[in-house]
Design a protein around this ligand. Structure first.
Ligand SMILES: [Zn+2]
Ligand SMILES: [Zn+2]
Length: 313
């Protein structure tokens, strides 16, 4: 998929609405026992699905690299980063997806109660609505940057969200704690770093960490959505601070350690095809974050140009 097309789809994806059997808790949770993998058969995701499809459909859980696991749905990413001293779970997808994510964690042989922190890419329902359920089953707090906190606590965005007028509300998250740009989240040997990448929403956050498998350690970047899009009334030109922060976030994205880039919508960047090595697509691509940032910047420039010419979104 062309980066420009992928970016367009990413924008569309973020705009429109759209239990498994427990297994024994593994002694060394980071290594999921083979026997525990997917005890109930989860059908594969449709290969020809668009970025807008499969949001509430459970995807087969699978390893991405080392201690990083895909536990989301066919259309929305959720990642478990596991260690033998506890885990970190990133993104809750939709409300309907929450129990699917829980089932996927269990199917891999992990115990949701070992999740110590819940993280979020951005405060829209398609990435945050499942967090309330996942907090209930894990007891873990959600960590978010300050501009996302009120929205996560209430389930409603305010006017600082360019999409406020079209963003569906979602179940409020009871426990949200504030983290800052550059903060690290540590559990056992895991170290995940928060990077402020606002613009699509004010609280948008990108996460990076390192995962090792058979002695091969790779930098993983969970890059937040970068689509400059809005409801009918928001104008980016009226919010120069937001635009400046958007640009800084894109600069950050372009320079991230980035062996494996993963987006909140798995169709953006063709994650499943890359995991399968389909059509020679590579999972490891150190240039992917830079291209992702460039596509986001091109879209932002286009959006600002349209606003300057008086075109309505
Ligand atoms: Zn989205
Ligand atoms: Zn969004």
């Amino acid at each position: 998929m062309l980066p420009a097309l992928a970016a367009t789809l990413a924008l569309a994806a973020c705009q429109s609405p759209g239990a498994g059997r427990p297994v024994a808790h593994p002694p060394a949770a980071v290594t999921a026992p083979q026997s525990a993998v997917t005890p109930e058969r989860v059908p594969a995701c449709a290969e020809d699905a668009t970025v807008m499809e499969g949001w509430n459909e459970r995807a087969p859980p699978r390893r991405i690299h080392g201690d990083t696991w895909y536990v989301g749905t066919c259309g929305l990413t959720s990642l478990l980063v596991a260690s033998d001293q506890g885990h970190v779970l990133i993104d809750g997808a939709t409300e309907a997806a929450g129990p699917h994510i829980e089932a996927n964690i269990r199917a891999l042989g992990f115990d949701p109660r070992d999740v110590k922190y819940l993280l979020n890419s951005h405060e829209h329902y398609d990435h945050a609505a499942g967090l309330a359920h996942l907090q209930e089953v894990s007891g873990a707090p959600v960590l978010a940057r300050a501009p996302a906190v009120a929205t996560l606590r209430s389930g409603r965005s305010d006017r600082s969200d360019p999409q406020q007028g079209v963003a569906p509300s979602f179940p409020a998250v009871a426990r949200v704690e504030t983290i800052a740009d550059g903060d690290t989240v540590r559990v056992g040997t895991l170290v995940l770093t928060a990077h402020a990448t606002p613009g699509h929403t004010p609280g948008g956050t990108t996460w990076t960490w390192r995962s090792c498998e058979d002695g091969r350690c790779l930098d993983i970047a969970y890059t937040d959505s970068v689509g400059a899009m809005s409801d009918k009334t928001y104008r980016y030109l009226d919010h120069p601070d937001m635009v400046a922060a958007f640009h800084r976030g894109l600069d950050t994205l372009a320079g991230l350690p980035c062996d494996i880039q993963i987006a909140p919508h798995p169709g953006i960047g063709e994650l499943f095809a890359r995991l399968d090595g389909k059509d020679g697509k590579a999972l490891v691509d150190p240039q992917a974050c830079r291209r992702y940032a460039e596509a986001g910047r091109a879209r932002l420039e286009q959006r600002l140009d349209q606003e300057a010419r008086g075109l309505k979104p």
